[in-house]
Design a protein around this ligand. Structure first.
Ligand code: ZN
Ligand code: ZN
Length: 312
């Protein structure tokens, strides 16, 4: 039996959200997170209504292509940036690039990078236990898919989980004002798509599919698929989910070894996010792209020297 590898970056912590200095100031002014909270709740409703409207107005190849392009660019922003960088630090980059990647991430309309990564770190630390953020085993399928997102329990950033990135004021700013990226994406879709239909398909439809595509990893990837590694959670490997999420469907691999930039461990495990990261590494935008050691892939015990090095 193999064991999940604990992320050395994240200290065990109290799950109660701890305010950043900026958030504490805003709370005194009585407006902390209020706009963000309602923007997300009403926004997710409008996105579904807008998607129905878009299909009723007519499906055209040009608009579908626009939606597909905005879907995959922003799926990379979720998987390659929010997940593999901010949550797991599976590669390194410059401070400027870190900010630009975070800004790209906000266009996905999945709240700020620090909020996203902090909640995800809790998921790994407490996978499928009562403290998990979104466990289908604990709270049912729909709660794990979207209920946790709409609820009150995790609407604020769990600052204790994300101290390593909360020290950058530009990231704290983006975390609070993630709507900047959302509005930028709406504007880009409208401009590129040539008006209202461009907005509907480039932003609204693609955001609806992007949200559910991402959420499937929290729900379906803990229910349907195969298990290569006997992790302590219910994570699965699922080829179809890997296709629509650019590699995140190899979720059992990922729970087995979360610090790796690649989640597909073998050549046939398609992982488009990783291919893009390798391309970015080749042109010098990112570096130290981590891969799993051989004993991790084989699911065998670690050589003593490797264990010591990784635990440092
Ligand atoms: Zn999981
Ligand atoms: Zn993860």
């Amino acid at each position: 039996m193999t064991q999940s590898v604990v992320d050395p970056v994240v200290p065990a912590a109290n799950l109660a959200p701890v305010e950043s200095p900026a958030a504490a100031t805003d709370r005194q002014k009585g407006r902390e997170y209020g706009f963000s909270r309602w923007f997300n709740r009403i926004g997710i409703l409008l996105i579904h209504v807008g998607t129905v409207v878009a299909f009723v107005r007519g499906v055209h190849a040009r608009l579908v292509l626009l939606a597909v392009a905005f879907y995959f660019i922003r799926m990379f922003a979720v998987t390659g940036v929010y997940h593999r960088y901010f949550s797991h630090r599976s590669y390194k980059t410059s401070r400027v690039m870190q900010f630009l990647l975070a800004l790209l991430g906000t266009t996905a309309t999945q709240k700020g990078p620090l909020w996203w990564a902090a909640a995800h770190r809790i998921h790994h630390r407490y996978s499928d236990t009562p403290q998990d953020v979104h466990s289908p085993k604990q709270r049912g399928f729909w709660y794990s898919h979207v209920g946790w997102w709409l609820g009150k329990d995790h609407e604020e950033t769990h600052w204790k989980q994300i101290k390593d990135f909360a020290k950058y004021p530009e990231l704290v700013f983006l975390d609070k004002w993630h709507v900047i990226g959302v509005f930028a994406c709406m504007g880009a879709a409208t401009l590129i798509g040539g008006g209202f239909d461009g907005f509907l398909w480039g932003y609204v439809v693609s955001t609806c599919f992007l949200a559910h595509g991402t959420f499937t990893i929290n729900s379906l990837a803990h229910v349907f698929g195969s298990r290569r590694y006997e992790t302590t959670d219910t994570s699965r490997n699922n080829f179809w989910l890997a296709l629509i999420t650019m590699g995140e469907g190899w979720h059992n691999n990922h729970h087995h070894y979360m610090n790796s930039a690649n989640q597909g461990f073998f050549w046939w495990e398609i992982d488009v996010t990783y291919y893009i990261l390798k391309g970015m590494e080749k042109v010098g935008l990112v570096w130290d792209v981590k891969k799993p050691p051989r004993h991790i892939i084989e699911g065998t015990s670690a050589p003593r020297s490797v264990t010591t090095k990784e635990a440092a």
